[in-house]
Ligand binder design. Structure first.
Ligand code: ZN
Length: 335
């Protein structure tokens, strides 16, 4: 096992509230021995499960970051039974530039798990999470939104383990979050995502998509704040008086597949026909691709590849060949 490069003065075994940083060493032309101070906090009280609450995996997804900062300020040890580790800006360099990937090494934290301690900075963050934090954890919430290039209907994402008991508890936790939509993924990022990392370590894990388009959505923020508290209450980490009352709502469980994606076949300007929440049909037109550099050329029609719910769209008109412009999911067929 490689040793981590990251140091912190947090004592993970001590009761109480600790607020500090993870120090990720870096060495640049202007700062020979600097560290990147990634915010971290920990609450511990009594005996109970350990939960990692994380946001800022991608720097342009804001609902989770704000949710966790608010929760860090408001929760006290007396409110909980167990341990909560807060990592609200996990890839701090990306968070500070408001970009998906780190500006320092160009890497996407959610595509480098399990990470390595002798790799680029982003891989060192992933390595710290998998080798130091996750072994302490029973559950992990990795809060995402769509980022600058996608807009989602608020949803919770799960990857189901082959271990039936873990898969069942993951679905129960997803339902406890109480987002309008639960999306079941086959795989995400070829085993390099946080969901895959959690699965390998046998830990309960949810991702979210709380909106997108690099906005801080009111609706997404509301669902995110409630959802995190709901899950903490479901895990019995949050005491009843600090939990929120669940509001019954209709929840839909859908399945994400390869045919969910609609891609731009060429570069151009994409005119989307559907709106988020529309039910669409396989083979019907998702939108029209215009070629402004060749104005006499007829636009190209781009079709949906499966029937179902249009739950993600690209908010940017300008596309390159291969850009994802829409995602469609059908009702899940769970065992
Ligand atoms: Zn993300």
């Amino acid at each position: 096992m490689q040793t981590t490069t990251i140091k912190t003065d947090i004592d993970f075994e001590r009761d109480g509230k600790q607020v500090s940083v993870l120090r990720l060493p870096d060495s640049t032309n202007s700062s020979a021995m600097r560290t990147i101070p990634i915010p971290i906090a920990m609450l511990k009280h009594g005996k109970g499960p350990t939960v990692l609450l994380m946001a800022g995996n991608h720097g342009d997804e804001f609902e989770g970051q704000v949710t966790l900062a608010k929760l860090m300020r408001s929760l006290e040890p007396v409110d909980i039974e167990g341990r909560i580790i807060f990592l609200p800006a996990a890839n701090l360099p990306a968070v500070l530039t408001g970009t998906r990937n780190s500006p320092l090494d160009g890497q996407n934290l959610n595509r480098v798990f399990p990470g390595t301690s002798d790799g680029p900075l982003t891989a060192q963050i992933a390595h710290y999470i998998t080798s130091v934090l996750l072994p302490m954890c029973d559950a992990w919430l990795d809060l995402h939104s769509g980022g600058a290039s996608l807009d989602f209907m608020p949803c919770v994402n799960v990857l189901l383990a082959e271990d039936k008991a873990l898969a069942r508890r993951t679905m129960d936790m997803a339902r406890a979050f109480d987002a309008p939509l639960v999306v079941v993924y086959d795989d995400l990022g070829g085993g390099r995502s946080s969901l895959s990392a959690a699965l390998r370590q046998g830990i309960l894990c949810l991702n979210t998509e709380m909106g997108g388009a690099a906005e801080l959505s009111k609706q997404g923020l509301r669902i995110c704040e409630r959802g995190v508290r709901n899950v903490l209450a479901w895990l019995r980490v949050l005491r009843a008086n600090a939990a929120v009352e669940p509001v019954p709502r209709s929840m839909r469980v859908v399945q994400h597949r390869a045919a969910s994606y609609v891609y731009a076949p060429e570069a151009g300007l994409f005119e989307a026909f559907g709106d988020l929440g529309d039910m669409v049909e396989e083979g019907h037109v998702a939108g029209r691709l215009h070629f402004i550099n060749a104005p006499m050329r007829e636009p190209l029609m781009v079709n949906y590849r499966q029937s179902g719910l249009l739950y993600t769209k690209r908010p940017l008109a300008r596309v390159e060949a291969g850009d994802c412009v829409a995602l469609v999911v059908a009702d899940a067929e769970l065992p």
